[in-house]
Design a protein around this ligand. Structure first.
Ligand SMILES: [Fe+2]
Ligand SMILES: [Fe+2]
Length: 337
């Protein structure tokens, strides 16, 4: 690994030069400072990928510097390695309690230095990727919740549909990439409703033909919205086809059987089940049981029989009921209104 920038904070010039040479030889960019104060000055214009810091230094010692680094949100995740002289156990303990990742005992060999630096940099890279991934998903959910928030009767819908669809997909043996695609598709399946006005979206009376036509556009609008976002594009077919039916009577394209992408067939079951289980004047096991029976009844007409079988297996293992129970409190009660 190379190309990353490492900040060395060390007042012993010989040691600083030695470390610098080794790291430069490995292709790292290197910044140097002789104490914490100088290091903070370097960091006012540049965030290093890793910090190697001595403890005992004039002006600002390593502990004070470490505290300053950890107090800034943008610096919290920078790996911080302490350079300590042999036998300074208290330094190591104090450093770790302040948030240092690791320590290196002076004098250090080239091998020790490179092993520690490489390991910490790869770990930091993994953490950054995981955080980025999580941030993607969180922003997706926030976007999807923009619809949930508008319609109190469907609150929690996205969360439940996503959880049901994941369980069904797992039962069907879907893995990794496909599972993720289905998760994104479930989170965003109704995102196209964002362009539908409140008067239509929240209308309690039956929709007019024209309004219904608008409503039926949401899978197309949703798929269009995300098709150019590279990490979401694979979910576009799920969004577009989540209202298709196995027998070809669905919309928007009237696809039939396996012409409908598997992810969309799975989301269709999860989506309908949730809509039916919350669209009841009572909120208890009965609503859930009735919705479940309805799904079984529509196997082979509305729904792919294989998907229904997977859903049935999950139901028999109580997994569907567990999801419903865990998010139920967020569903508004119809009895009291
Ligand atoms: Fe929908
Ligand atoms: Fe939906």
């Amino acid at each position: 690994m190379s190309g990353e920038t490492i900040l060395i904070v060390e007042d012993n010039q010989v040691l600083q030069d030695g470390i610098r040479e080794i790291l430069l030889g490995e292709g790292y960019h290197v910044l140097c400072a002789s104490n914490g104060k100088e290091a903070l000055k370097e960091m006012s214009t540049f965030n290093p990928d890793l910090i190697l810091s001595d403890i005992a230094m004039p002006e600002m010692d390593g502990f004070e510097f470490l505290q300053a680094v950890r107090s800034r949100p943008e610096w919290v995740t920078i790996p911080f390695l302490i350079l300590t002289a042999r036998g300074e156990k208290d330094d190591v303990l104090a450093g770790k309690s302040l948030g240092a990742e690791d320590y290196l005992v002076k004098p250090l060999t080239r091998q020790e230095l490179l092993t520690a630096v490489n390991a910490r940099l790869s770990r930091a890279q993994e953490i950054r990727l995981a955080q980025l991934h999580k941030a993607y998903e969180d922003s997706l959910t926030a976007l999807a919740n923009a619809i949930d928030v508008r319609d109190p009767y469907t609150r929690g819908h996205v969360e439940r549909v996503t959880a049901y669809a994941q369980i069904i997909a797992q039962q069907m043996g879907c893995r990794d990439g496909l599972l993720e695609q289905i998760r994104f598709g479930s989170i965003l399946h109704d995102i196209g409703k964002i362009v539908i006005q409140d008067e239509v979206l929240l209308k309690s009376n039956p929709l007019s033909a024209q309004e219904w036509e608008k409503m039926r556009q949401h899978p197309i609008t949703g798929a269009e919205m995300i098709k150019d976002i590279s990490y979401l594009a694979a979910a576009a077919p799920i969004i577009r086809h989540h209202h298709e039916r196995w027998d070809g009577s669905g919309y928007p394209d009237g696809l039939k059987g396996e012409e409908i992408p598997l992810g969309a067939r799975i989301v269709a079951v999860a989506d309908s089940f949730d809509a039916m289980s919350i669209d009841r004047p009572y909120r208890n096991g009965r609503a859930l049981e009735e919705a479940y029976q309805e799904i079984l009844k529509c196997s082979g007409t509305h729904f792919d029989p294989q998907v229904v079988k997977a859903f049935q297996r999950a139901w028999e293992q109580n997994k569907i009921q567990a999801i419903y129970a865990s998010t139920k409190t967020k569903v508004p009660s119809f009895d009291s209104t």
